[in-house]
Design a protein around this ligand. Structure first.
Ligand code: F0G
Length: 471
């Protein structure tokens, strides 16, 4: 275990060269920690679910990196250039051009956020009874696939389910698992491959370029399309640059174009990589899917030149896309996540390794071995962290996985995690120190901690609204 440098020891380390964010702060938003008794009350009123806390009662908010990023001065300037015409807004054409330039797809459909695009692609490309293989489920993605009559099949490599395995590309598709599914069901029963880079539920783990190339070759043999969840794809590209032979000198933007060229289209939650507070898009290369999706968007989202976004949102998004692929931005973003991860790892706290792109995933199963999975160790850890310091995290375990639609049982995923998700360009290194110290305090008190029981369970995506009580 290496000693972390402190402000006191840092000056003594000659030759030390740190990286820093490629921006300075122009505007600040005050935050404050409320007292312990108030936190206890707030948590009780929220049913021990961090999604039900008021943001005013939160000190450092690591619930999600979705829509929580800070926009740049250029993006705010773009907001003033909103063309709020109902049809044909100039900002839509900027957005279309940005997606075509940086992601390389032909046809664009704007949506209000990622799940709007998931809805469109699922309805347009899945026939009831078909299978949708993918590299681990994501909550909203799988639900839209199921609502369209599809069945999700996990074809991620086994290493992804082991939080201690150090495979550099734990997001990779296991081509043998995919081949076995094709052999068993027939290629015409496969709607498409649902590929995500990075893989959120596995801990922000990347997919390699070699893997997507091999996947393309396999799918071409059977005429199967590949659709990419591009939500955190620029972070995936940084891992390719760092870990894959031949990419060290390639800019993130070039790696992104190359990766996307192996797929037939993508859906996007622009609230993550693309640095906006709201927005999403679907982009495809085939006219048949585009026609269907562009027609459906007017039913569910809005006209096909705004899809639920204001003109100003689309302008900020077009600028955000360009900023999001800059190498120094991506390095600082993932660098901050790693800074927090290194602290926790060095203090012996069980986390998912290697550290992923957008979050630190605490391994609640190993932190609370005495709490059974149906007493929700991940949910418990999120509640304890909030009590300790007002830091808001979220569960990514049994509650998030939901119930099997056939049997009605909990799904009991192998990974029982609590996610500390880092918004982009929002918090400082000092905030990361405060978070790490709180995790350590909660970890040190782990033996006294008891689990939770679920007392209210909504039918869909239960983790957002479920309520709990201490056992
Ligand atoms: N795909 C991935 C990989 C996501 O992480 C999300 C959202 C979506 C799709 C859906 O996009 O929220 O814009 O509708 N993830 C958020 C999170 C909610 O906290 O991880 P959305």
């Amino acid at each position: 275990m290496t000693e972390r440098p402190t402000p006191q020891t840092m000056g003594q380390q000659y030759g030390r060269r740190s990286w820093a964010e490629p921006w300075k702060i122009k505007m600040v938003e005050p935050i404050a920690m409320i007292g312990r008794e108030e936190r206890e009350r707030a948590l009780r009123e929220a049913g021990y679910n961090t999604f039900l806390l008021r943001s005013e009662d939160v000190y450092i908010d690591l619930l999600t990196d979705s829509g929580t990023s800070a926009m740049s001065d250029r993006q705010w300037a773009g907001i003033m250039l909103g063309d709020e015409a109902y049809a044909g807004s100039r900002n839509f054409y900027h957005l279309e051009e940005a997606i075509q330039t940086y992601y390389g797809y032909r046809y664009i459909v704007p949506t209000h956020q990622g799940r709007g695009a998931e809805h469109l692609i699922s309805q347009a490309a899945i026939k009831p009874g078909q299978f949708v293989p993918g590299n681990m489920y994501f909550t909203t993605t799988r639900l839209h696939q199921e609502l369209a009559g599809g069945t999700f099949v996990d074809v991620i490599i086994d290493e992804a389910h082991d939080p201690t395995n150090l495979h550099p590309f734990k997001g990779n598709v296991d081509l043998d698992k995919l081949q076995a599914l094709i052999n068993r069901e027939g290629a015409d029963k496969i709607a498409y491959v649902s590929l995500a880079g990075t893989v959120n539920m596995a801990g922000g783990q990347p997919v390699s370029m070699a893997n997507v190339r091999d996947l393309r070759a396999l799918c071409d043999r059977y005429g199967i399309r590949i659709y990419l969840d591009a939500t955190r794809m620029v972070e995936n590209c940084l891992f390719i640059q760092e870990r894959e032979d031949g990419y060290a000198d390639r800019p993130i933007a070039a790696i992104l174009r190359e990766f996307c060229s192996c797929t037939d289209g993508a859906w996007m939650s622009a609230k993550k990589d693309n640095l906006v507070n709201i927005g999403g898009w679907l982009a495809v290369n085939h006219e048949d899917v585009f026609d269907l999706a562009r027609n459906m968007v007017v039913i569910y989202e809005g006209l096909h030149t705004y899809g639920g976004m204001a003109g100003r949102d689309m302008e900020a998004l077009a600028i955000g896309i360009e900023e999001s692929v800059q190498d120094d931005h991506v390095r600082a973003r993932v660098g901050q996540v790693r800074y927090l991860g290194d602290l926790l790892r060095d203090w012996g706290i069980p986390i998912v390794l290697p550290v992923g792109g957008h979050a630190i995933f605490l391994d609640a199963r190993r932190i609370y071995p005495h709490i059974p999975q149906d007493q929700f160790p991940g949910q418990t850890l999120a509640a304890e962290l909030y009590l300790d310091s007002g830091v808001r995290s979220m569960e990514r375990g049994n509650v998030s996985a939901g119930r099997d639609p056939q049997t009605g049982d909990h799904r009991y995923p192998a990974l029982e995690l609590t996610r500390l998700t880092i918004p982009r360009r929002v918090y400082t290194q000092a905030h990361m120190d405060v978070v790490a110290e709180s995790v350590k305090a909660v970890y040190d008190a782990r033996q006294q901690t008891r689990g939770l029981k679920m007392v209210y369970e909504p039918k869909y995506l239960r983790f957002f609204q479920a309520r709990f009580e201490p056992v």
